[in-house]
Design a protein around this ligand. Sequence first.
Ligand code: ATP
Length: 240
Amino acid sequence: MSEAIRVVDLEKSYGDVHALKGITFNVDYGHIVGYIGPNGAGKTTTIKIIAGILKPDSGDVIVGGYSVTKSPLSTKKLISYVPEDGGLFDHLTLMEHIELIAALRSASDVEIARGMELLDKFGLTDKLKHRISTLSKGNKQKLLVAGALMVDVDVYLLDEPLSGIDVTTSMEIKEMLREMAANGKAILFSSHILEMVERLCDRVVIIDKGKIIAEGEMEEIKHSATLEEFFSRLVAENNE
Ligand code: ATP
């Protein structure tokens, strides 16, 4: 089976807002797929449905062969998730955050060691006993990424993971994600930093107003433009 995530015809409304209008795409094992679109396009809604946090009105997502609507416990075990916001308890220390994730995910010693290694790489080792509330925005985000990448699962959902993170650390995370994909992991990566998406992702799915407006291999989809140029043109055409 090459598909780690199969998103099938997702529909989701919030009251009068029709947020997703039949979203279908796949993420294969060993691939990093960029999920991009303007503000309010429906990216976070899609990712929350894949993560099993939101229920779709119709459609389904199959993760590792299990349905998120019918077997959410099975799919959640296969997924690690960086949410766009939330995900941290301010009163915990950094160490307690790692311990909490370790407990929730029944992490092995190897996974916990990886979490500590990531914190070290991100320059957070001297803050292990500090409360999360005292961290800068970028350091909070680094902690969130470390917690999500420490667990060894098949599927990683990263919703704006680099938000507020400095360039050097972003490049390090990019290299880590590449290595993870080379080891067979499936990664769905949502970001407004299109330069990073262009350099990191093998495939891209572009969503606007709840519908996919383009999808394909990064190189073939851009037609020798930059992703930023292609994206701007496409969204403008979709709004004509
Ligand atoms: P951004 O890039 O700004 O994070 P997004 O592509 O992630 O946007 P979503 O957050 O999925 O977009 O939102 C899709 C649509 O659904 C938007 O119109 C948004 O206002 C609406 N929406 C999202 N969450 C809710 C909610 N809890 N209640 C009502 N409307 C919502």
